[in-house]
Design a protein around this ligand. Structure first.
Ligand code: SAH
Length: 250
């Protein structure tokens, strides 16, 4: 039995994701981060205590992602920057004293893809010289480590951002690729009921069936509309048609 699902536009889910940079020292890294994000369709940037912002160097390094910088929100602390998020993922270039669930970029991107449907998600990046503090990492639900060489494990900030936003984009698109985006909201149960009643009204007016003996006709009509996964616009088309026929009959 076919039943149209409520379809989602996977690219819209990317707007549930925000990148948070904590205590960034080099404005060039902020600009390069904006570019890395926009290349992957992730546009929400939050900055916690940046050393220098706004900055010409950041704009220069962002190339065509100046709009991401202009929209960026600045916060005094990480707590405020992530308070509206249901899932917060912290990044770490090395192991920490207090173990926390640590995922790979791909695993964390899968978590993001699942949560992006109904929730806001933040990915948090640390300072160039010292990363995130233990207190900041403690605000996060999960930690992610990019499996780099232990001899030199710390990537450039914007390059670490690039890897994670890329994985998130791929995970979100993979998760939803067999669900084509549907352009109209599905009809509610009430709207479908109104449509079925309207059709019944019309069928009676044209004496389409014997009112004393409707047999299973109404049930079959009902079943047809219920299983069709009809959307709001389709409902309106049918109701418009029934109304036009009723008007001609008068
Ligand atoms: N010396 C710092 C490294 C900071 S690198 C430290 O030991 O923590 C700046 C930021 O880039 C990090 O806070 C993290 O957000 C990100 N980053 C760099 N390398 C990473 C890696 N291998 N895995 C995850 N994030 C990384």
């Amino acid at each position: 039995m076919f039943m149209a699902k409520k379809k989602v536009n996977p690219l819209k889910l990317l707007s549930s994701v925000k990148v948070v940079l904590v205590g960034t020292t080099h404005p060039g890294n902020i600009g390069a981060t904006a570019r890395a994000m926009k290349n992957m369709g992730i546009l929400n940037l939050a900055l916690v205590n940046p050393k220098e912002f706004p900055s010409d160097e950041a704009i220069y390094r962002s190339k065509s992602a100046k709009d991401v910088l202009e929209k960026a929100k600045v916060y005094k602390n990480l707590h405020d920057a992530v308070s509206d998020c249901e899932l917060v993922i912290g990044t770490s270039a090395r192991g920490r004293k207090v173990p926390w669930p640590v995922l790979s970029p791909k695993e964390s991107a899968n978590e993001v893809a699942i949560h992006s449907l109904n929730n806001k998600v933040a990915i948090v990046f640390g300072r160039e010289d010292r990363g995130l503090t233990n207190t900041e990492l403690g605000l996060c639900n999960l930690h992610v480590h990019i499996p780099s060489d232990p001899e030199y494990s710390s990537l450039n900030l914007s390059q670490a951002v690039q890897i994670l936003v890329y994985e998130i984009r791929v995970a979100i698109i993979e998760d939803h690729k067999d669900q084509d985006y549907w352009d109209v909201e599905l009809a509610t149960n009430e709207q479908t009921e109104h449509l079925i009643n309207h059709m019944d009204e019309l069928m009676k007016e044209i004496e389409f069936y014997d009112i004393e003996n409707p047999r299973k006709l109404l049930l079959r009509v009902r079943r047809f509309f219920k299983r069709s996964g009809i959307d709001v616009m389709e409902t309106n088309i049918f109701r418009g048609l029934f109304a036009a026929i009723q008007k001609k009959l008068k």
